[in-house]
Design a protein around this ligand. Structure first.
Ligand code: ZN
Length: 1054
């Protein structure tokens, strides 16, 4: 080992120069990280494959300025030098450095770190008078030469640089070591990856623009980190997360501090008013604020904007001055990828000089305009583009950024869907070849078969009557059920058998990493993006009928009379499902209707009768058990809530022909109840085994003040809602029924949902035991175990259960694989992704609702007129629910011109001059026509039209047509699942679903491009997670309670 001294002249990001002398040890054995190694290096961890045409070493400035280019997964064999990594750390700060480290750690990216400055033969000391840039280039080149020699010339080495001088100096020194410019490299090696070339050009353009920028101050400089830190410690400054108001994005933002978000009172933190005080901070940034003198404190703006009458309890007229402050520094940027729209040419700013800098408008209202440098400004007009922000200097009114990818023309379906994905940091590329290589082989010619070794190790349940009940057309069957009588009928055995995903997905494998990153399958209104490759989700893990499958089972032995649990067994099994039922079919069997079961088609009538009776019996027993379990939870206070679920029905061209609200059936409940039971028992099991490292799910009780609107609305309708406990709430909701109008109860349940907190995953070591309670389900322990194909939490839970069982048997490590801290981080990641999934689902439903109505003329098309019911009264209007389409929104009774809605003798409404008066349970308008009154729970008729927005999402506008119920609705009251009408309804639903399935098949060729691109299935959303109906109803449909949730953090920059 050789010791030398290394003198570094570092320049900090703030321009200070520092001279550092470091002792420096050189070694001969520094790992090369290559499978082509000829020298027996000690290569641990990630290695570059040896079947590539070349390895590539990016020069320092390439790593510093073009890191995102190197993040393309297609680029393989990248060697990052230590020299370059250190340069990123010193010149680009922690965020960028962490990004580089993440990239290096990620096994899905073919890149390694080479400690070139510790390698005796590649290290080159800096020469006197040599500039830092030149020296760094020489280091990288020297490393390139070292690699070529170390791999004995078996691999060509390419150094890429942006320094033309380096190209000239080095390119002809050694054969086998090529030095080329980045542009040339991309053009000659990656012509099939034009996106990389475009990204390079766009980053380069942004860099050039930055150099030519002025230095005049638009904003105050941010304070250096050490000053901020000292200020926070001394209490002079406050640290928190910036939340920009959704409806007043230009002017209002709030700082959510640690204690304000913890306090049950929900203190609103600090108000930041105006863009000068916001000082370049953006939504989600962790910022430091200084409070302004009390004389400058302001109140929140309280008038309802035209934007949207979002519902939130506690939006009173009071406008008490709040602590008000200004941002003095940003600790952590939350910059992510943003979707922007390039405005039409005439609307753009006058262009400065001959540059091509366009102010693009982000899709998210809360993000300021971003200045993009581009050569294609004309071509991009009216397009949505994914961009990244590079910087926001104090001299600039707007942040500077560069374009990354053009999504397409605004308003087109594919563009809008991509927009929704990007805005929620949902990254769902096609599964890579390397990931697919991990999968077991299975083809029609050579189907996968069970392994005899596994059969010997597993409990064999292939002779049990096992069946699945799912939505029609479901491919990913992750749960099955069984029930049978034991001991002469005195005992019942209930079984829940779940797909054994962890058998196929090894912890830490590439597939596992991808699934963990996604954390869930994403369901949009017209498609889904799977968490696992299709070979698993639709085949090997899917518990299909008539084939042997591995499962994780829970078997309860129950007393046949009391249904008390005698004992429970958990473990790995092998099953063969006999029937793949869908909900409507199972319900029809339970009603004793004559239906065809496809598994029995070929049997003779006698045998068929026997089998059918056996199956129906099992379904009946299951219903009986589920009713009992449900009653048990009801006594504990379980809530039944209402979410609006609508699905779009598409025609061959992908156009929406109808929006169909989902119909509930009892068999949904039966399946859901069994799954809840399994989840509960598994939660108990893993929590016992791992008191501090088990992944559970809790649902905190709601905050009482959020019940304000519910209680008041109910009171107006003559009902009393008791919110003190979940039991009281559930009971009072059950009593709040209008026999004339079933919608009233539905609305009250919807409002209850609105007031609920979010159910969340957590690690048992991170919470006191008394906080484990699941309020909505009324269970003391809960987790997710039953859907490992589409939820990563369940995968984690399967592994925990396996470890717990191994420990019990005395084999295996008997400990959880993750520490409490790691598990808690995982829980947060999954929670974050679930929020993104819900937001994306909601946005895509709204998108489809808008697309549905965009096609129609609201003045002439009958389908644009619908019945609506009033569920909230506001100062200048009401909030209504249109049950036919599952649409909620404001109806204004007073417009900007001061006109009010007046209804004539026939109920027809028109705008007239007049006034509005609001009371707690009604609102009246007075005009020359007289007085019109609108009460809570009144039915009215509205016209639905689309409010088009070029740069943002479209939205629906509701306008009052008549203050009477919609006529066709009055003639034929909304269909109710009555005993008589039910089978008709079921048939209708089945028919529609079948049509949708056929249409999907018919549409396939048309969508083949996307299918290739994502290698994922696209199906109409017939599969919302129905077995979780109740839990899904707890979703935060509009949880934008003033403090919007912090935007998702993309995994790549975590
Ligand atoms: Zn080596």
């Amino acid at each position: 080992m050789i010791k030398t001294e290394k003198v570094l002249h570092l320049k900090s990001s703030r321009g200070r120069k520092v001279r550092v002398v470091r002792e420096h040890y050189l070694r001969e054995g520094v790992a090369c990280g290559s499978c082509a190694c000829q020298a027996a290096c000690d290569n641990e961890g990630k290695r570059l494959p040896d079947d590539l045409t070349h390895y590539v070493l990016p020069d320092v400035s390439v790593v510093v300025d073009f890191l995102e280019l190197l993040e393309f997964r297609e680029l393989q064999g990248i060697i990052f030098t230590q020299t370059a990594c250190q340069a990123v750390q010193t010149s680009r700060g922690r965020r960028q450095y962490n990004r580089l480290r993440t990239l290096l750690k990620d096994p899905r990216h073919d890149c390694v770190l080479f400690a070139n400055e510790f390698q005796e033969y590649s290290y080159c000391p800096r020469e006197k008078g040599e500039s830092q840039d030149k020296w760094q280039s020489r280091c990288v080149y020297s490393a390139a030469v070292w690699y070529f020699n170390h791999l004995a010339g078996l691999m060509d080495i390419v150094m890429i640089t942006d320094d033309q001088e380096a190209v000239t100096r080095y390119s002809s020194l050694n054969s086998g070591v090529y030095v080329v410019s980045v542009q040339e490299y991309l053009q000659s090696f990656w012509p099939e990856l034009p996106a990389a070339g475009e990204l390079y050009a766009s980053v380069r353009q942004a860099l050039q623009e930055k150099e030519s920028e002025g230095k005049e101050g638009e904003f105050t400089e941010h304070l250096p980190p050490e000053v901020l830190e000292a200020g926070i410690k001394s209490g002079r400054y406050i640290q928190g997360t910036l939340n920009v108001s959704k409806h007043r994005a230009q002017t209002e933002a709030f700082i959510r501090t640690e204690d304000s978000s913890n306090k049950s009172s929900g203190g609103s933190g600090v108000l930041v008013s105006g863009d000068k005080n916001r000082n370049r901070a953006m939504h989600g940034d962790v910022v430091v604020v200084e409070l302004l003198p009390k004389s400058e404190w302001r109140g929140k703006t309280s008038t309802l904007t035209e934007a949207r009458g979002e519902e939130k309890s506690g939006e009173g007229g009071d406008s008490q001055p709040l602590p008000t402050g200004r941002v003095v520094g940003v600790l952590q940027r939350s910059w992510r990828d943003y979707v922007v729209t390039f405005p039409p040419r005439d609307a753009t700013q006058p262009q400065s000089r001959n540059s091509q800098r366009i102010l693009a408008v982000p899709w998210d209202h809360r993000i300021p305009k971003i200045r993009i440098s581009t050569q294609q400004a004309d071509a991009l007009q009216g397009h949505r583009v994914m961009v990244r922000i590079d910087s926001w200097e104090s001299s600039s009114l707007y942040p500077n950024g560069h374009s990354v990818r053009v999504l397409g023309r605004a308003g087109e379906l594919e563009t809008e869907v991509q927009t929704i994905l990007i805005e929620n940091c949902i990254h769902v590329p096609a599964f890579s070849d390397a990931q697919l290589k991990e999968m077991p082989l299975s083809s029609p010619e050579k189907p996968w078969r069970v392994d005899p070794v596994q059969v010997a190790e597993r409990r064999d349940l292939r002779d049990h009557l096992v069946f699945s009940i799912d939505p029609l057309g479901c491919e990913d069957v992750d749960d099955t059920l069984s029930v049978r009588r034991l001991a002469g009928g005195t005992l019942l055995e209930l079984g829940v058998h779940i797909a054994d995903v962890t058998h196929f997905v090894g912890e830490g494998s590439l597939t596992d990493l991808e699934a963990r990153t996604r954390a869930t399958t994403y369901y949009l209104a017209d498609r889904r993006y799977d968490m696992l490759p299709a070979v698993l989700s639709a085949d090997l893990c899917s518990l299909l009928g008539g084939v042997d499958r591995y499962a994780m089972s829970v078997l309860w032995e129950l007393d046949a009379q009391t249904l008390a649990v005698n004992q429970v067994w958990f473990g790995r099994t092998i099953i063969r499902s006999s029937y793949q039922l869908h909900y409507e079919l199972a319900q029809a069997l339970l009603h004793g209707e004559k239906v065809e079961v496809k598994e029995l088609e070929r049997l003779g009538s006698e045998e068929k009768e026997v089998k059918l009776t056996e199956l129906t019996r099992a379904l009946e027993t299951l219903t009986h058990v589920a009713r009992h379990l449900r009653a048990q939870r009801d006594r504990g206070g379980a809530l039944e809530l209402e979410g609006v679920e609508v699905r779009a029905q598409l025609d061959e061209g992908g156009n929406i022909t109808a929006l169909v609200p989902r119909q509930p059936l009892e068999v949904h409940e039966t399946v859901a109840e069994c799954m809840i039971y399994a989840n509960h028992w598994v939660a108990r099991k893993i929590q016992e085994a791992f008191p501090h490292q088990a992944l559970l799910r809790f649902h905190p009780p709601p905050r009482q003040e959020f019940f304000g609107q519910l209680v008041e609305s109910a009171k107006a309708g003559g009902y009393t809602i008791d919110t003190r406990t979940n039991k009281a709430l559930a009971d009072s909701l059950d009593r709040a029924v209008d026999p004339q109008d079933p919608l009233v109860n539905r609305l009250l349940r919807m409002m209850t949902t609105q007031a609920m907190s979010e159910a969340l995953y957590f690690s048992t070591g991170a919470q006191p035991v008394d906080q484990f309670y699941h309020y909505g389900l009324a269970l003391d322990r809960y987790t997710h175990f039953t859907s490992p194909i589409r939820r990563y939490a369940d995968v984690v839970v399967h592994r925990l259960l396996t470890a717990a069982l191994a420990a019990e048997r005395g084999g295996g490590p008997g400990r959880a694989a993750s520490s409490n801290k790691e598990l808690e981080e995982m829980a947060q990641h999954i929670n974050n992704r679930n929020r993104a999934a819900k937001r994306a689902q909601k946005l895509s439903t709204e998108l489809f609702q808008c697309l549905y109505f965009k096609e129609r003329d609201p003045q002439t098309d009958r389908r644009c007129v619908a019945d609506a019911v009033i569920y909230s009264i506001r100062d200048n209007g009401v909030l209504v629910f249109v049950s036919e389409y599952g649409v909620k929104g404001p109806v204004y009774l007073k417009n900007r011109e001061g006109l009010v809605v007046a209804s004539g003798p026939d109920g027809g409404c028109e705008w007239q001059s007049g006034s509005v008066r609001r009371s707690h349970d009604h609102i009246s308008t007075a005009s020359s026509c007289g007085t019109s009154t609108f009460r809570l729970f009144d039915h009215v008729t509205v016209r639905i039209s689309v409010h088009s927005s070029h740069c943002h999402a479209d939205r629906l506008d509701l306008e009052l047509v008549s203050n009477r119920p919609h006529r066709s609705a009055a003639a034929a009251p909304p269909q109710q699942p009555s005993a008589q009408g039910r089978s008709q309804l079921v048939q209708e639903v089945v028919r529609l679903a079948e049509e949708a399935t056929q249409q999907k098949a018919a549409r396939r060729p048309k969508l083949s491009r996307e299918e290739r691109e994502f290698s994922q299935s696209k199906t109409p959303n017939l599969y919302s997670l129905l077995e979780e109906v109740r839990e899904l109803a707890l979703r935060d449909l509009d949880l934008d309670l003033d403090l919007d949730p912090v935007p998702p953090v993309c995994a790549s920059t975590a």
